[in-house]
Design a protein around this ligand. Structure first.
Ligand SMILES: *Cc1c(COP(=O)(O)O)cnc(C)c1O
Length: 364
């Protein structure tokens, strides 16, 4: 048997007629950028998230870049960021000229809130929280620390659409929430797409202006902006998927539960999940094991494809050589990168497929 890491076509097929109708509706409309679909999507997504405003942009990275720009975070400013994250989180900071200050993860793979305050200096302007792998970080504590030190909070929710604490969704705790709709994310488009959400009118207007050449009125340019617009086709397709998103997330949670209940092998550490319902939407199911490459090869030999998120921590990435980090500087994160392995988990995964993965892992 062969189990792929992800199969996006299964999700498409399930709602195929609705997607086809939406795409053709846009093609026939003759209007492809910043039209009714984007406007409607922004309203519907803000509403689904429980935020006042949403602005559609071109990608998750652009959402981060624009969020920092809207908050006027720039050269000389420091931003606290989890060391264990996808590199885009860090690029959102450094592209604006600001300096990332890395904080180690806790057992949930998210930023360790007990280590945030010692990382704060007089130059710290913000905390960038990442709800990694789909599990919401300890937002109550983070908001409390940010309030005490007068810091902005930006949430990178690229992996955590819908993750919530007692119903309050990721992205609505801080000043601004940043989303990616990259096709493999839990709420994925059919190409690049992203958005920010906020309850702050001034931030909304600033991002809206910056995403479109820094212009509110055509040919009047207030800022040097970007071309980072969500396009009409992606917006129309996302509107279709949004109607099914609860169901899509529910299916992922069920699949993860199956792994959690049935993987029984003393060589494998399962992900730690907080008790509250909905706090984890399982963008990724990340296990740990001592000899990770050996396990990965064993699974591959049995037809099971896995991935590593992420093999190189951002502070050791080539593009950040200039920051002067050495191996060993951020040890918990570095150890995670050596032990972690992501198992296949995707919408449309069959019982047969997941049972097969469980059996092979248990036989390892
Ligand atoms: C995917 C991802 C991003 C970047 O999103 P893109 O749409 O690919 O630019 C940012 N942060 C995290 C945590 C991600 O997983």
């Amino acid at each position: 048997m062969n189990v792929e890491f992800n199969l996006l076509d299964r999700q498409y097929e399930k709602y195929q007629d609705e997607y086809n109708e939406a795409a053709i509706r846009v093609l026939k409309s003759g209007w492809y950028i910043l039209g009714n679909e984007v406007k409607a999507f922004e309203e519907e997504y803000a509403n689904w998230e429980g935020a006042k405003y949403c602005v559609g942009v071109n990608s998750g990275l652009d959402a981060l870049i624009l969020a920092f720009r809207a908050l006027d975070i720039k050269k000389g400013d420091e931003v606290i960021v989890p060391a264990n994250t996808y590199i885009a989180s860090v690029m959102g900071i450094t592209i604006n000229g600001a300096t990332p200050v890395f904080v180690e993860p806790d057992e949930y793979y998210n930023i360790d809130v007990t280590k945030i305050e010692t990382a704060i200096t007089k130059n710290t302007k913000a905390i960038l929280v990442v709800h990694l792998y789909g599990q919401i970080a300890d937002m109550l504590k983070i908001i409390q620390i940010a309030g005490k030190h007068k810091l902005s909070v930006i949430e990178d929710c690229a992996q955590a659409h819908g993750a919530n604490l007692n119903g309050q969704k990721a992205g609505t705790f801080g000043n601004i929430g940043c989303f990616s709709f990259f096709p493999t994310k839990n709420f994925g488009a059919f190409g690049d797409a992203g958005a920010i959400i906020t309850n702050d009118k001034a931030l909304e207007v600033k991002v809206r202006t910056l995403r479109n050449y820094g212009s509110k009125v055509k040919y009047f340019n207030e800022f040097v902006g970007m071309n980072s617009r969500l396009d009409e086709i992606q917006a129309a397709l996302l509107r279709v998927k949004l109607k099914h998103l609860e169901c899509i997330l529910g299916e992922r949670i069920q699949l993860a539960k199956k792994y959690l209940d049935n993987i029984k092998n003393h060589k494998i550490i399962l992900p730690s999940v907080k008790e509250d319902d909905g706090s984890h939407v399982f963008h990724l199911f990340v296990i740990q094991t001592e000899d990770r490459d050996k396990l990965q090869n064993y699974l591959y030999g049995n037809g099971i494809n896995t991935q590593i998120h992420y093999p190189i921590p951002p502070h050791l990435a080539e593009c950040y050589n200039g920051m002067g980090y050495q191996e060993g500087d951020i040890p918990i994160t570095e150890e995670y990168t050596k032990k972690m392995l992501s198992l296949p988990l995707y919408n449309g995964m069959t019982d047969e497929e997941i049972d097969y993965v469980i059996n092979i892992i248990n036989s390892y």
